[in-house]
Design a protein around this ligand. Structure first.
Ligand SMILES: Nc1ncnc2c1ncn2[C@@H]1O[C@H](COP(=O)(O)OP(=O)(O)OP(=O)(O)O)[C@@H](O)[C@H]1O
Length: 307
């Protein structure tokens, strides 16, 4: 079974308002899948349905190839999750919190707790109460708690929200390590492309409750193109000269005064030298590479920021 999650037309409506609409999501075993979308797009609602916290209005969820229903929640035993913020008993230590969690699950294995603490670098904090933890440590402890039952899939809702840059990097490294060393599949959500692109293998873009696209980051990177952008008031004559003098053919006029020249062997200085020698006035000339932001911007027409 290569697919850990597959949904078919998954939909959630609350009080007549559709929050998640006909989503067909596919998460493959062993990958880090990033669900990317602006605030309010429906990411948390998706994750709540996938982890059995809320019931879909319609559609289907397959977890590890088995249908998730009210009557059959077997697949959830193989899933760990943190949805929204991890909540702890603040006046207790990490170990005490984890013991209570294990007792609640009816699963007590002291070794599994210490192993999980070691794995995320939280060893040696036995006496420290959770109220004295940084947000980054709380997030790590949340992951320990999600990992105790040795899940094959971990679902994390905005795991870097509120963390400082060092905390963000540590969280990213931890997710990567757990994925590579222990083969854990991850489903993460974020509203920041710059963050998710550094950790995810594949991205699903969600907006207004709809999954706009699912794409492997490696495939988008292959689509990146280089181009030179030229601004001049004499567009027609410039195009003619570029074709006849430099034998460039792959270009388009993108605005009144702007020409984009794609896959060119010529450099901006060669182009400007040639045009100037024909009395063309150049207002601006610059080399560009299309970015991931460009790609996603076109996907959702400006709804996701690359901040
Ligand atoms: N129980 C509910 N009742 C009414 N509206 C809800 C409910 N749950 C979510 N919503 C609305 O549905 C939309 C999607 O919410 P959701 O929390 O899933 O989005 P999100 O992508 O996770 O955004 P955020 O990052 O801001 O949490 C929002 O407009 C939210 O206000």
């Amino acid at each position: 079974m290569n697919e850990v999650i597959r949904t078919h037309e998954l939909t959630k409506a609350v009080k007549g308002k559709t929050i998640v609409s006909d989503v067909n999501l596919h998460v493959k075993r062993g990958e880090i899948y990033g669900l990317l979308g602006p605030n309010g797009a429906g990411k948390t609602t998706m994750m709540k349905m996938l982890t059995g916290l809320i019931i879909p209005t319609s559609g289907e969820i397959m977890l590890f190839g088995k249908k998730l229903t009210e009557a059959s929640k077997d697949g959830l035993k193989r899933v760990g999750s943190i949805i929204e913020y991890p909540i702890f008993f603040e006046h207790l230590t990490a170990m005490q919190n984890l013991r209570i969690h294990c007792e609640y699950l009816g699963f007590y294995d002291h070794k599994a707790i210490t192993q999980a603490l070691d794995m995320v670098g939280l060893q040696g904090i036995d006496d420290k109460k959770v109220k004295d933890f940084s947000l980054g440590m709380k997030q790590r402890l949340g992951i320990v708690r999600a990992m105790i039952t040795k899940p094959e899939l971990i679902v994390l809702d905005e795991p870097t929200n509120g963390l400082d840059p060092i905390g963000i990097k540590e969280m990213r490294d931890l997710i990567r390590m757990l994925n590579k060393e222990y083969g854990i599949t991850f489903l993460l959500s974020s509203h920041i492309l710059g963050e998710i692109e550094q950790v995810a293998d594949r991205i699903g873009v969600i907006q207004h409750g709809k999954l706009v696209n699912e794409v492997a980051l490696a495939d988008i990177r292959k689509l990146r193109t280089n181009y030179i952008e030229l601004v001049t008031s004499n567009v027609q004559k410039s195009v003619y000269l570029l074709e006849t003098e430099l034998h460039l053919s792959n270009m388009k006029i993108v605005q009144d005064k702007k020409i984009r020249i794609y896959n060119t062997g010529a450099s901006p200085s060669e182009i400007s030298k040639m045009l100037v020698s024909h009395d063309i006035e150049i207002e601006e000339i610059q080399k560009h590479t299309s970015t991931l932001e460009d790609y996603f911007y076109h996907q959702i027409q400006g709804g996701v920021s690359g901040e």
